[in-house]
Design a protein around this ligand. Structure first.
Ligand code: NAD
Length: 446
């Protein structure tokens, strides 16, 4: 099939390389000239494991092209997939301006019987709204369909998630259009669920809001664990083995971030409010997450009294491992409040430093290795659970610090590795802290 994709961000680019890998002829269109220039020579503007290999293969096979021109990109397209951003507005709703602009530009070049697929995450009713905009802007007598096909990939495993998704949701009021979109994905052998466009739009928000609520739930359990002396890792393991609950998304930590959960939970709450539904559970999900992002700073204040003049080493900046994305990353809030409180902050991340510099470049320092970050630090805060950090030799790491204090926001280490250190203060989330070798050995919580 000939497919055009509008927007070559995390979703559009991952979808583009995967669809070309399974044999479709894909043209990716973006308004960002720099991005398109890089992509044409096989350089990915984002960090995503496995993406650059597929990019190179499919450019070489002439199944994947990049352009800034709608005219050129839409020339032969049977299916046009829109994957532009839908960021959060100030009132919590989704900003549809990129989508509206793309829809008008597509409409202008639209050919007979094309299917326009909205992959961007959009509030209920948006597919109908976009169809109307396109009808107003396309040539007379052009017939086309708008189909909802929300995306569920996770940054950091976007290629695998696209190739082996749990399900594909197709929302359409037109059977033939739904069948054509199903056919586009058919060689992937992924279960397909066909619904109305409104249900498809809501499935996406309901899924993300549920996962975010699961995270906030386990974080509240973690806080309770610290008070009652239980261990959240054991509690989550015991809960997760129950098939009705499941093991995923039961990792306590310093809260969710990223380009999706924060904005999608707020957008769903906004939709509920517009429809006079009291979805207070979502308000709590958001409030708990905000508190949780402040947890490490709170613990440091309890431990030190004041962090003024303390050198704090942040390990990890990206909102999660295996991505360079800094959107809504907990590290931003942590770095800002530490510096406001007078701490000196130095940070390291395996891939997100360039993006982090754009946000935090004026207030913190950056290092090029864990070793450099930790040298003479008063404390380490683990913010992102990169494998590189999980594999660290804790015993030798703390030797280069001024004080052997670790606030672990992602529970990266098991008890044995911490107990193997002669001197250490280790403060995980939802588990007993370990304070060893100072006075008498004790386990405690802050
Ligand atoms: P992104 O910001 O990484 O990429 C958006 C791209 O669209 C940018 O390259 C931008 O230049 C381009 N663009 C904007 N306006 C355009 C236009 N008029 N014509 C052509 N290109 C245009 O966004 P993303 O993270 O890929 O997310 C895209 C959508 O998918 C959002 O609605 C998001 O909520 C949803 N989503 C994202 C993820 C994720 O993990 N990032 C997962 C599932 C769903």
């Amino acid at each position: 099939m000939r497919v055009a994709i509008i927007g070559t961000g995390y979703v559009g680019l991952s979808t583009g390389v995967c669809l070309s890998e399974i044999g479709h002829h894909v043209t990716c269109i973006d308004i960002d000239e720099q991005k398109i220039k890089q992509l044409r020579i096989g350089i990915s503007p984002i960090y995503e494991p496995g993406l650059e290999d597929l990019l190179a293969n499919n450019i070489a096979a002439e199944r994947l092209r990049f352009t800034t021109s709608y005219k050129e990109g839409l020339e032969l397209a049977e299916i046009i997939i829109i994957a532009v951003g839908t960021p959060q507005r100030d009132d919590g709703g989704a900003d549809l301006s990129y989508l509206e602009k793309a829809a008008k530009d597509i409409a202008y070049h639209l050919k007979q019987n094309t299917i326009v697929v909205i992959k961007s995450t959009v509030p209920v009713g948006t597919n109908e709204y976009i169809k109307k905009i396109m009808e107003e802007h396309c040539r007379k007598n052009i017939s086309f369909e708008v189909v909802s096909n929300p995306e569920f990939l996770r940054q950091g495993s976007a290629i695998q998630d696209t190739m082996q998704a749990d399900r594909i949701i197709i929302g359409s009021e037109n059977k033939e259009a739904a069948e054509k979109v199903r056919e586009m994905y058919s060689s992937l052998n992924i279960p397909v669920i066909v619904t109305s466009t409104r249900s498809a739009e809501l499935i996406k928000y309901a899924s993300n809001a549920f996962l975010a609520s699961k995270i906030s739930f386990i974080n509240e359990i973690a806080n309770l664990c610290e008070s009652v002396g239980a261990d959240v890792i054991d509690v989550a393991k015991g809960m997760g083995k129950d098939k009705r609950i499941g093991e995923a998304f039961l990792y306590a930590g310093i809260g969710y971030g990223g380009s999706c959960f924060p904005k999608d939970v707020k957008a769903l709450l906004h939709t509920a409010q517009l429809n006079k539904i009291n979805f207070s559970m979502l308000e709590q999900t958001i409030a708990i997450n905000n508190d949780q992002q402040a947890l490490l700073v709170k613990k440091a204040l309890i431990r030190f009294g004041s962090v003024k003049g303390k050198k704090i080493a942040l390990l990890g900046l990206a909102f999660k491992p295996e991505t360079d994305d800094m959107r809504e990353a907990p590290s931003i809030k942590i770095a800002r409040s530490l510096t406001q409180l007078g701490a000196e902050v130095i940070a390291y991340d395996p891939v997100a430093i360039n993006n982090a510099k754009k946000i935090l470049g004026d207030i913190i320092q950056f290092a090029s290795s864990v070793h450099e970050t930790a040298t003479n630090a008063d404390a380490i805060m683990i913010v992102t659970e990169w494998k590189e950090f999980k594999d660290l030799e804790v015993a030798s790491l703390i030797k280069i610090m001024k004080h052997p204090i670790i606030f672990d926001g992602r529970n990266c280490f098991n008890e044995d590795r911490i107990r193997a250190c002669d001197i250490i203060e280790y403060y995980p989330v939802g588990r007993p802290a370990i304070v060893k070798g100072m006075d008498n050995e004790r386990t405690t919580s802050l």
